[in-house]
Write a protein that binds this ligand. Structure first.
Ligand code: CDP
Ligand code: CDP
Length: 232
């Protein structure tokens, strides 16, 4: 009988990569295909950033940001086949998390060591039974370094900008490609250069450049990798 990922032990699939490299879309569809949970860790950093901006916290004040992270309840509800819904102190805030303001400040908030400790602990709790596709910046290296499948997803800057520009256009927002590029490069720079858990390619990760791949081609590639690692 042919073996399928579904018929075997449910493992952890960890995906990292820079902004707009296709992580969320790919991870969500992959999770759906395998009947796994999808975990969008970026949404947790975005939730804390949203709260800090709402409370007018100085984004460079690490102490206050750490206290805020200790105090608030960020609840991420992974649901089968659906986007994660994000709650902060029982208020659903999912629709506020991709605003230009949150985009601008989230990487700065994500440099704070204590903030990361708190959110990483929650992410590990969610993934403790396996059967999860988790994506972010430090998933293959720090959150789930023991994940059975580790992927680093990348795409050219030009393509990443085109993707975000197209998303804006579909939302009726006319944005400038130069501004999108500057925003992505700004976040990539902070995310890769920070001291705690920087974005980097794990030596154990399989790198997939999806610049010229469709979403389903990317998902298929990862499904093949998952099947191969189950076959070993
Ligand atoms: O979707 P996009 O790639 O634009 O961003 P995201 O995955 O929602 O992550 C937003 C920001 O959160 C990133 O630019 C990082 O600064 C931070 N982040 C992180 O530090 N560690 C993670 N595991 C996930 C996100
Ligand atoms: O999560 P991350 O920021 O890495 O990227 P995303 O939000 O999954 O993808 C950014 C945009 O690129 C989305 O609108 C996707 O539909 C699109 N995309 C694409 O056109 N082709 C791919 N191979 C992957 C993503």
């Amino acid at each position: 009988m042919k073996s399928s990922p579904q018929s075997k032990k449910k493992v952890i699939i960890a995906i990292d990569g820079p902004a707009a490299s296709g992580k969320s879309t790919t991870a969500r569809l992959l999770a759906k295909r395998l009947s796994y949970l999808y975990l969008d860790t970026g949404a947790m950093y975005r939730a804390l950033t949203w709260k800090a901006l709402k409370d007018k916290v100085d984004i460079r004040d690490e102490k206050t940001l750490s206290k805020l992270a200790e105090k608030v309840q960020i609840y991420l509800k992974p649901e089968l086949n659906l986007e994660n819904r994000i709650y902060l102190d029982n208020q659903e805030i999912t629709s506020f998390l991709r605003s230009p303001k949150v985009n601008r400040y989230v990487s700065q908030v994500s440099t704070v060591k204590r903030v990361r400790e708190i959110l990483v602990a929650q992410q590990r709790k969610i993934g403790k039974n396996g059967g999860i596709v988790a994506e972010g910046r430090d998933i293959t290296t720090v959150v789930f370094p023991y994940a059975e499948v580790k992927i680093f997803l990348k795409a050219s800057l030009k393509e990443r900008v085109r993707r975000r520009w197209k998303e804006d256009k579909e939302k009726g927002i006319s944005s400038k490609k130069e501004e999108i590029a500057a925003g992505l490069l700004h976040r990539d720079r902070i995310d890769s250069q920070r001291k705690t858990s920087p974005l980097r390619v794990s030596p154990e990760a399989i790198v997939i450049d999806n610049t010229n791949l469709t979403i389903s081609e990317t998902v298929n590639k990862i499904v093949d990798i998952v099947k191969k690692s189950f076959a070993q």
